[in-house]
Design a protein around this ligand. Structure first.
Ligand code: KG4
Ligand code: ZN
Length: 355
């Protein structure tokens, strides 16, 4: 396979995954390595920031070496270095960003400090390993649903406009919190999704939150509280709700139905906002990304909605829905193409930064 220059090395350490990837100038993912820290955090039921930074430092050499090896390259074959600058856990971000800055400076590479959400936003255009990425359209609507964000963007050439974001909890965060309440191990989102597959949401309907001021903003804390109250009610009625890593067959059906109702309302809120946006203005291209985009109800629901409304949907591949470094390298290459560049001696990590 002949590679197109520039070739980018991507680094992503914003939370608990240590990731490194190599992507070529056509957006071909030559390698994408993700080292999970799940085992280190699992005893605590969530990510412990201090542990995360130390694990990144420990995992980095092997992760980077594997990514280069799989791409068939050495560090000297890299033209562009990209690392996530934020938002995320500050200690974790500092590890990846400092490594990226040091590599770029030492080798004289062009450097890009990439916003994590910009990585997710363009990730639906990445294809399977070795295939050229699709060129993002000049204008599209981007929906990013993750553990930290539920955001709707409008991309117009160089401009990224925020149309809506969550006023409280992010969608993934609420999946995690509901799962934690049931005693499920971290990360609870995919497990709640799996249990919901086995329930009947019609038997336990929950309402879709709207902002009273008519804004398109999201809000998930009400749904979270509603679900936690329903769990409490089931417990009072003697239903066993606390479960470890049990199969769905061991979970009582009222709990499964409640989770199905919860998931339906959570996904329903996304559709509600998209539908209202479509009534306000034409929506032709929609790109959906982020860890929660792996959800088994979200995918067919947004596919059906897009078909019905003649919206051209790009739903991120399951390869790149969760945090990964290919999306960071890809976003950096798109910036590089437009002549943008960052000075590795100037940029800093930040736990909260607007896109
Ligand atoms: O994008 P991501 O990997 O990290 C952040 O930037 O936050 O998203 C992780 C989030 C977690 O909250 C996780 O529980 C959630 O995505 N998640 C899911 C599913 N898979 C991952 N939530 C619901 N259903 C899923 N299948
Ligand atoms: Zn993310």
């Amino acid at each position: 396979m002949s590679l197109t220059r520039p070739i980018a090395l991507g680094i992503e350490t914003s939370c608990d995954d240590t990731a490194c990837a190599v992507v070529d100038g056509d957006g071909r993912v030559l390698s994408s390595v993700i080292s999970s820290q799940l085992e280190a955090h699992r005893p605590f039921g969530g990510v412990v920031p201090e542990i995360a930074s130390r694990e990144h430092l420990r995992n980095w050499p092997a992760v980077c070496e594997t990514a280069l090896q799989e791409a068939g390259l050495e560090l000297g074959g890299i033209d562009v270095v990209a690392a996530t600058k934020g938002p995320g856990l500050i200690g974790s971000l500092l590890v990846g960003l400092s490594l990226g800055k040091a590599i770029a400076y030492a080798q004289g590479n062009r450097f890009h400090a990439v916003h994590h959400l910009e990585g997710h936003l363009f990730s639906p255009f990445l294809r399977a390993a070795g295939e050229k990425a699709e060129r993002p359209p000049e204008e599209f609507i981007g929906l990013v649903v993750s553990g930290g964000h539920t955001s709707l963007f409008e991309v117009k050439g160089d401009e990224i406009i925020t149309l809506a974001e969550t006023r409280d909890d992010a969608m993934g965060e609420v999946f995690d919190k509901v799962g934690k309440r049931l005693g499920l191990p971290y990360p609870q989102g995919p497990l709640v999704d799996e249990l919901a597959e086995n329930g009947d949401g019609e038997r336990s309907p929950l309402s879709i939150a709207r902002c009273s001021d008519g804004s398109l903003d999201f809000s998930y804390s009400g749904l979270k509280s509603q679900t936690l109250v329903e769990i409490q009610k089931l417990e009072s009625a003697g239903v066993e709700t606390h479960h470890g890593e049990t199969a769905a067959t061991d979970v009582p059906s009222p709990v499964l139905n409640l989770l199905a109702g919860f998931r339906k309302a959570a996904v329903g809120q996304l559709v509600d906002r998209l539908e209202r946006l479509r009534r306000e203005r034409p929506v032709r291209q929609l790109a959906v990304s982020g860890g929660v985009a792996a959800n088994r109800l979200l995918r067919p629901t947004l596919e059906a909605w897009s078909r019905e409304n003649e919206v051209n949907l790009r739903l991120v591949s399951l390869l790149y829905s969760g945090d990964n470094a290919a999306m960071i390298a890809h976003a950096a290459l798109l910036r590089d193409e437009r002549g943008l560049v960052d000075d590795p001696l100037e940029v800093d990590a930040a736990s909260r930064i607007p896109l």
